[in-house]
Design a protein around this ligand. Structure first.
Ligand SMILES: NC(=O)c1ccc[n+]([C@@H]2O[C@H](COP(=O)([O-])OP(=O)(O)OC[C@H]3O[C@@H](n4cnc5c(N)ncnc54)[C@H](O)[C@@H]3O)[C@@H](O)[C@H]2O)c1
Ligand SMILES: O=P(O)(O)OC[C@H](O)CO
Length: 336
């Protein structure tokens, strides 16, 4: 008889908890690490996470703990799902408890401020593990829909395809269909930049600009994501897949998206401070737009939508002025 795969999930927010549901449904033995004892207690006793997934009953087999050593003991996979800007500090605490073969899987969609590092790069920096032990899951995966077990697909990426295949098997359920890929950089960039474009589309929706604007922003947003990806060595085809177009469409169409909602509030005229005050969960694009722009400048890539989002979110530019400026740039060919 084969033993169930042991999986540790670090983060009891909405996506960490929803992913623990996937893993448990796929037959893994899941330990969920959280910072707060009361959240771990709720998962263990009432099988709920009322703050992040209200109304969802979690599988009784998921065990939660606040002890990273307990979560990591014997773990074949450790899924990392905290806000991107805190990962470096969190991992420094967890790394001493890592088993020699544990594969570290980023479920996050952000780029570190200051260093402009992707999450896989932060993982490599802090833990020094090799590329065949670092993987990424990305795609159109709004946590609430997944926790309700509505059908979705995703990409599981690792430089070592056999590791991606093991990961695929560990999280494949009747409602969650993971595809393998070896383009880690492309999958991560797709996930991080779609949050920035999601902000842009939200701003446009909040301003009442309509569906032509939305279609134009999604398409040109994907074009600038692909330009950056190619400059960073990603496969351009990744961006027409689930981690690119798929996630962009889900994020830009859904009221469940925190980035889209954040942008909508700004577009309706709320100030940045007011918008932050009503945002209870992580909207990665708010910080990562700056890191994505840093990456674009470092690689000499033009990203006008990202630049516009940074100017609205961080430089206080009015959305009306920003849209006028975006539209009055000099004309160009579509493929350049
Ligand atoms: N929610 C989704 O639908 C979804 C889907 C795919 C990917 N993601 C990505 O997953 C990542 C996490 O997002 P989420 O939706 O779970 O966020 P969330 O806001 O729902 O939860 C964040 C979690 O991180 C914890 N946290 C906050 N600060 C921390 C710190 N300093 N140290 C340790 N833990 C801390 C919180 O307590 C909470 O448990 C993000 O990168 C997001 O882009 C989210
Ligand atoms: O709520 P958002 O904007 O962080 O988006 C959630 C997921 O990334 C959608 O795939």
């Amino acid at each position: 008889m084969t033993h169930p795969v042991k999986a540790a999930v670090f983060g009891t927010g909405s996506w960490g908890t929803a992913f623990a549901v996937i893993l448990a449904d796929a037959g893994c033995e899941v330990t969920l690490w959280g910072r707060r004892a009361e959240v771990a207690e709720a998962v263990n006793t009432t099988h709920t996470n009322p703050d992040y997934l209200p109304g969802i009953e979690l599988p009784g087999t998921i065990r939660a703990t606040t002890d990273p050593a307990e979560a990591l003991r014997g773990a074949e996979f450790a899924f990392l799902v905290v806000p991107s800007q805190t990962l470096r500090a969190n991992l420094a605490d967890w790394a001493p408890h890592l088993e020699p073969d544990t594969v570290l899987v980023s479920l996050m969609k952000g780029v570190e401020l200051g260093t402009a590092e992707l999450m896989s790069e932060v993982i490599a920096d802090v833990t020094k593990v090799s590329a065949d032990r670092i993987a990424v899951v990305s795609g159109p995966n709004l946590a609430k829909e997944i926790a309700e077990r509505r059908p979705a697909a995703a990409v599981v990426a690792c430089a070592d395809e056999s590791v991606a295949q093991r990961l695929q098997a560990a999280c494949h359920t009747p409602y969650f269909r993971p595809y393998t890929n070896t383009d880690v950089v492309g999958c991560e960039l797709g996930g991080a930049v779609k949050n920035v474009i999601g902000l842009a589309v939200g701003i446009a929706d909040g301003m009442g600009l309509g569906d032509n604007t939305k279609g134009s922003l999604i398409t040109r947003g994907l074009a600038e994501t692909t330009r950056l990806g190619v400059a960073m060595g990603a496969d351009p085809l990744t961006f027409s897949g689930l981690a690119g177009l798929g996630d962009l469409v889900a994020t830009c169409s859904s009221p469940l998206s925190r980035n889209h909602t954040f942008g909508t509030n700004l577009g309706r005229g709320m100030t940045l401070q007011e918008t932050i005050a009503v945002t209870k969960q992580t909207a990665e694009g708010v910080k990562s737009c700056q890191s994505v722009l840093d990456l674009a400048r470092r690689h000499g890539v033009d990203m006008p939508i990202t630049e516009t989002v940074v100017s609205i979110v961080h430089e206080g530019k009015s959305p009306v002025v920003a849209v006028k400026e975006l539209m009055s740039r000099s004309a160009k060919a579509e493929r350049r």
